[in-house]
Design a protein around this ligand. Structure first.
Ligand SMILES: Nc1ncnc2c1ncn2[C@@H]1O[C@H](COP(=O)(O)OP(=O)(O)OP(=O)(O)O)[C@@H](O)[C@H]1O
Ligand SMILES: [Mg+2]
Length: 214
């Protein structure tokens, strides 16, 4: 994106453009490029901190459904732009308390949800499910009815910079850091993350969390 920004800004500096509409468009594009750069730098910073193993987890007890609701609300606009629905799976358990770093788990949920919306079909649905696995674990799952991920990609999908379906991914934009960050955060909690997917049917990303007694 840095070259995109440079290109637009240089053209504007050269004053070659008469049409204010075009100028506006160039500025908008340059500004989008800057946003993407900022996000990229943030993600790289996050991943290097996570990989150095120096992250500090501020664990607390909270209701996982409340956090999912917060993330759903934040993503509502993005989802509505594609007429997508965000919902809870029917028959999901009542409020479940977990013990984890709320801010970091929020990032996990956001990264997964951004993907589900970004790669999902128009009018698609993303559903969240929360389950009691056993005495010590809660299982959280985000499922979409998007394009799915080919089986050959699944083993590498959590690697940094790995992107399935390059042509589609390039068109959609992204770096390939979202899922690497997800995996690092979940594993830093001593928990596990997994993916199930069928091309043409959808994808499901799930992770475990420590169950809280409070
Ligand atoms: N819900 C999904 N449906 C279909 N494909 C997905 C889904 N989530 C992830 N993918 C595939 O996995 C790849 C890796 O995802 P990841 O979030 O790590 O990177 P990204 O979305 O490409 O970029 P970034 O998250 O850094 O903006 C994506 O490029 C995409 O091909
Ligand atoms: Mg992503």
């Amino acid at each position: 994106p840095i070259f995109t920004v440079q290109g637009y800004v240089e053209t504007l500096l050269n004053g070659a453009l008469e049409d204010p509409e075009v100028n506006r468009k160039f500025l908008t594009n340059a500004s989008r490029g800057v946003d993407r750069l900022v996000r990229l730098v943030d993600d790289l910073d996050e991943i290097s901190k996570l990989e150095s193993g120096k992250i500090h987890l501020a664990k607390q007890s909270f209701v996982i459904q409340d956090l999912i609701n917060d993330v759903f609300e934040e993503m509502e606009l993005r989802a509505s732009e594609k007429s997508m629905t965000l919902s809870f799976k029917k028959g999901t358990a009542g409020d479940l308390s977990v013990f984890a770093d709320r801010t970091k788990i929020k990032q996990v949920l956001s990264n997964l949800l951004v993907n589900a919306i970004k790669y999902g079909h128009d009018q698609g649905t993303v559903t969240a499910g929360c389950y009691v696995m056993d005495d010590k674990h809660i299982y959280v799952e985000l499922s979409d009815d998007g394009p799915g991920i080919g089986e050959e990609h699944l083993p590498r999908i959590f690697e940094r910079f790995y992107r399935a379906d390059r042509s589609r991914s390039r068109q959609i934009g992204g770096t390939g850091l979202g899922l690497a960050i997800v995996k690092h955060i979940v594993e830093a909690h001593g928990q596990t993350v997994n993916v199930r997917s069928k091309p043409g049917v959808g994808s499901s990303f799930g992770f475990t969390l420590e169950r809280s007694r409070i």
